[in-house]
Write a protein that binds this ligand. Structure first.
Ligand SMILES: [Zn+2]
Length: 285
């Protein structure tokens, strides 16, 4: 009897392992085709359910993203926004029009911070956006929820985990998809692009979150902004070094000109070197 029982248990175990393998999630790196910021989103797919990470900046990019989501023919179960900066959440109203049953999640205080961003940054950001400010949302989303207390969402029964911490916004987070060994990193990790650091001064907190990500040993990292089409795990290690170098340059001489000169010398092939002046300008306001 006992032997039969253990064979039965073994059978169950094998069935479970087989179904786990079948349920593996896939993640697609979806990049905006227009500037000025060219943000990246992540589409996570299970067999019949999908999740979207970050909803793009402009209405037009959100519509292109929605078109690709519709063609997948799967249920959009949830949308997760990594941090409340316009280039990552402004397309949410459009996505919600086409997928009214999806639940929208974000870091704590997302609704409040999104309202502030739409009020103060819509017009300046509109200047560099194709179509101008009319291509950005007039009303801020007020429907974002916080994630369950275990920081976990799921798709077809497979877990998707949220890690919170600092990025280019003080309330940042990344999405970790264990079955795909993939991180959708929002603006915690930039790929060969200098990052904005004007919204807070907790560089140590940012270093802690990127360290946690490198410890997961991700195969793929979808950075919020990328100079390459290669979302490899290497960008987490590079971002960690970039942050340590930024911290050390700021400790030597906390001025835009010095920090920029040091960082450009160390990372000559990185894009967006205007971000040093911009970050210092915003910090000093
Ligand atoms: Zn961004």
């Amino acid at each position: 009897m006992n032997r039969l029982k253990s064979l039965f248990m073994l059978g169950l175990g094998l069935t479970f392992m087989a179904s786990t393998a079948l349920a593996q999630l896939t993640v697609t790196d979806w990049a905006a085709s227009t500037g000025p910021l060219f943000p990246h989103s992540g589409i996570i797919e299970g067999e019949s359910e999908m999740g979207l990470v970050d909803t793009q900046q402009s209405k037009s990019e959100a519509l292109r993203l929605v078109a690709d989501l519709l063609e997948k023919g799967k249920e959009l179960k949830w949308v997760y926004v990594t941090h409340p900066h316009l280039d990552h959440f402004a397309g949410s109203n459009i996505v919600r029009q086409f997928f009214p049953n999806a639940r929208f999640y974000g870091p704590p205080n997302a609704n409040q911070e999104m309202a502030y961003q739409v009020r103060t940054r819509r017009l300046p950001l509109g200047q560099g956006t194709p179509g101008g400010a009319n291509n950005l949302p007039e009303t801020a989303p007020d429907y974002f929820e916080t994630v369950p207390p275990n920081n976990q969402l799921s798709l077809n029964g497979e877990p998707v985990e949220i890690l919170f911490g600092k990025g280019d916004h003080p309330d940042s987070s990344v999405v970790w998809v264990p079955s795909a060994k993939t991180v959708v990193a929002g603006d915690v990790i930039f790929n060969r692009i200098h990052a904005f650091f004007g919204d807070h001064s907790d560089i140590d907190g940012w270093i802690r979150l990127v360290t946690r990500i490198t410890e997961l040993n991700p195969k793929t990292v979808i950075a919020g902004h990328s100079a390459t089409l290669n979302p490899s795990g290497e960008s987490a290690t590079l971002q960690l070094q970039w942050l340590k170098d930024l911290k050390s340059a700021m400790a030597q001489n906390d001025t835009a000109s010095f920090v920029k000169a040091e960082m450009v010398k160390k990372y000559p092939d990185y894009g967006n070197d205007f971000i040093f002046e911009f970050s210092y300008m915003v910090r000093k306001k």
